[in-house]
Design a protein around this ligand. Structure first.
Ligand code: AHM
Ligand code: MG
Length: 342
């Protein structure tokens, strides 16, 4: 008789998995391993706060407007502060940058600096917080370029292909952490009773046959000819494609995660409705680059419509990019339509 009390398969915690991955790098000192474990802790902490948000008076907005010109939610602020506080004193980080902060975040003088750079979007999709839809944290880790002392802006402005680790935590019906260190993409589900992330999705590969396309179609009238015709293609209105189903939550981590597991494409094209956002809404460093690394390690591809996201050299901290991400053949099809029709 099958037992529900005893696990039949090996249980691998995220800590064990990170330690195993460290063996691929004989030169590793364990600092990156500890840093990743700190990020898993961030995930547990924020998951705990988001699930109890209604009781703790942390739903709703603060009075602040962030550097992106967006209203700051209380949970945005809490997540941002938590990530900072869990990482400022460890001696593992040279400098940090957050989607919520205008400038780079220095390590206080009283603590040592380390060799890594941490970039993060503390709570992506935060406009969904109050309606209980999934939200996420996105992060990436680079090696510092400066030799020592306080980290610099150029430590943060590195192309995605230099990334050491990229990943996200999704706070959905369960909490999952998905990351890559360049050896495949792996997913861990938080067991709230054990308080541990357990390996549930080893070596994720985006399914060959895509199911979904995800875009905010409400803005269609502002799109270029190429984007409109590419969307027609996805709907089977032109070319030889069978229509894909449409899914859009408006929370990048959740939309991306679904398509990673089920196959498909997410895109946030440039639009002309807002002259301030001629390059789309999503941020290269905090959103597009880390998810692109995860996607490519799962066999997918990500582009700004013209070039690989991971090859873009950032010019500023809060630079925005159009994003097309998911199954390689669909992203390449988007590039083809943009090349032909603009
Ligand atoms: P945020 O980081 O301020 O939450 O903004 C990014 C979010 C993404 O999660 C999502 O893909 C996008 O904004 C949705 O934007 P829109 O409402 O324009 O479709
Ligand atoms: Mg975001």
């Amino acid at each position: 008789m099958a037992s529900v009390l005893y696990p039949r398969e090996t249980i691998i915690t995220i800590e064990r998995h990170i330690l195993e991955e460290q063996k691929f790098h004989p030169e590793a000192t364990g600092v990156l391993t500890s840093l990743l474990y700190d990020i898993a802790l961030v995930g547990k902490y924020i998951a705990n706060k988001t699930t109890r948000a209604s009781f703790a008076d942390i739903l709703g907005t603060t009075k602040d407007i962030n550097v992106q010109g967006e209203q700051v939610m209380k949970l945005d602020e809490l997540a941002d502060h938590t990530i900072y506080k869990l990482n400022e004193h460890t001696g593992r980080i040279a400098v940090m940058a957050s989607e919520e902060q205008a400038d780079i975040i220095q390590i206080p003088d009283k603590y040592p600096t380390g060799k890594y750079v941490l970039l993060y979007d503390p709570l992506d999709g935060s406009s969904n917080i109050d309606v209980n839809a999934p939200i996420g944290t996105i992060f990436s880790i680079h090696r510092r370029k400066s030799e020592s002392g306080p980290g610099t802006l150029s430590d943060c402005l590195q192309p995605g292909h230099n990334m050491v680790v990229g990943g996200y935590i999704i706070y959905g019906s369960s909490t999952m952490m998905v990351y890559t260190s360049g050896k495949g993409t792996h997913g861990f589900t938080l067991d709230p009773y054990l308080g541990e992330f357990l390996l549930t999705h080893p070596n994720i590969k985006i399914p060959e046959k895509p199911k979904y396309y995800s875009v905010n179609q409400g803005y269609q009238k502002y799109w270029s000819e190429g984007i409109k015709r590419f969307t027609n293609y996805l709907q089977g209105l032109e070319g030889d494609n069978k229509p894909l189903s449409s899914r859009y939550i408006g929370s990048l981590v959740a939309d991306f995660h679904r398509n990673l597991l089920s196959g498909g494409i997410f895109y946030y094209p440039p639009d002309t409705k807002d002259p301030k956002l001629p390059t789309g809404k999503l941020r290269l460093l905090y959103e597009a680059a880390p998810l692109s690394f995860v996607c490519e390690q799962a066999g997918g591809y990500a582009s700004n419509g013209k070039q690989r996201i991971l090859d873009i050299v950032p010019e500023s901290l809060h630079q925005r990019v159009p994003l097309y991400i998911g199954n390689r053949e669909l992203v390449e099809k988007a590039e083809e339509y943009i090349r032909k029709f603009g």
